[in-house]
Design a binder for this molecule. Structure first.
Ligand code: ADP
Length: 257
């Protein structure tokens, strides 16, 4: 049986095809989110990679910020449920999930049975989301994927004191003009995101195992800073950005069963 999970985010569209609720046979990430042709591009890409046709799919679940605009799905499910399902598939003993996406951050608390018992979300402010990192990478003329390496090479990470993305943008430009090392600046930028989301996580109460999901989990600079802020090991999958789509594909499998 084949199920498709589609996660339509603010910045990216993700698809995962699962075989019999267990094996990922194809996935796709397209850097274009809701309101664009990203969701359709991602769907076509994942079908092509799997060698399947839309009619071969037994059930399709859509999740994410743009889920209500999607017409190829049998059901819609919330991102919280899908991220919890996806992360638990990879880390069955996860108790805290920190999901940082392109325009929001969420912290989910799970009980011993893996059921979500609480969550907190920041969707009001770009600081503490992928958006902050995207803006800073653009100013520094770096690819988003380069931040991790630069942060790891920092000798004296700087502290970004502005709490607002717009002010932080000017602060970073001034620091650059003042001759601050690029690596030190990048480490400060990653720490700034981690510390904002960590305060959300502390409010909900940290229980191990702590796992990160969402696109920002791909950034080792943020993961390391998060680990320091919270004083715990952070677990993540190299497919962290696909956790919502994976959870949706799992939910689709559960629906059929
Ligand atoms: P959404 O679902 O809201 O569209 P995602 O969970 O897909 O968001 O995360 C998008 C964010 O992931 C981007 O804003 C960016 O900061 C980060 N990101 C994307 N690709 C990479 C990468 N290769 N390395 C590090 N971070 C990345």
């Amino acid at each position: 049986m084949y199920t498709l999970g589609v996660d339509i985010g603010s910045t990216t569209s993700k698809c995962v095809i699962l075989e019999d609720g267990k094996k990922v046979i194809a996935s796709s990430i397209v850097t274009a989110g809701t309101g664009t042709n990203g969701p359709d591009k991602s769907r076509k890409e994942v079908l092509e990679k799997s060698g399947l046709k839309q009619d071969d799919l037994n059930y399709v679940v859509v999740t994410g910020y743009g889920r209500s605009t999607y017409t190829y799905a049998d059901a819609e499910i919330s991102e919280l449920t899908c991220h919890a399902l996806g992360v638990q598939h990879v880390f069955p003993d996860a108790r805290t999930i920190i999901d940082i996406g392109g325009q929001d951050a969420k912290v989910l608390s799970l009980n011993e049975k893996g059921r979500m018992v609480n969550f907190l979300m920041n969707d009001k402010c770009a600081a503490g989301t992928g958006r902050f990192l995207d803006v800073m990478a653009r100013i520094l003329q770096l690819d988003i994927g380069d931040l991790e390496v630069k942060a790891a090479a920092a000798k004296h990470p700087v502290k970004i004191s502005s709490t607002c993305t717009v002010f932080a943008e000017s602060e970073v430009i001034s620091q650059l003009a003042a001759g601050v090392e690029l690596n030190d600046l990048v480490a400060g930028i990653c720490s700034s995101v981690a510390s904002r989301v960590a305060s959300l996580a502390k409010r909900i109460g940290i229980r191990e195992k702590v796992c990160m999901s969402g696109g920002v989990a791909r950034n080792g600079g943020v993961r390391n800073a998060m680990s320091k802020e919270l004083g715990v090991e952070i677990f993540y999958s190299p497919s962290a950005q696909l956790m919502g789509a994976l959870g949706a594909a799992l939910a689709a499998y559960n629906k059929v069963n």
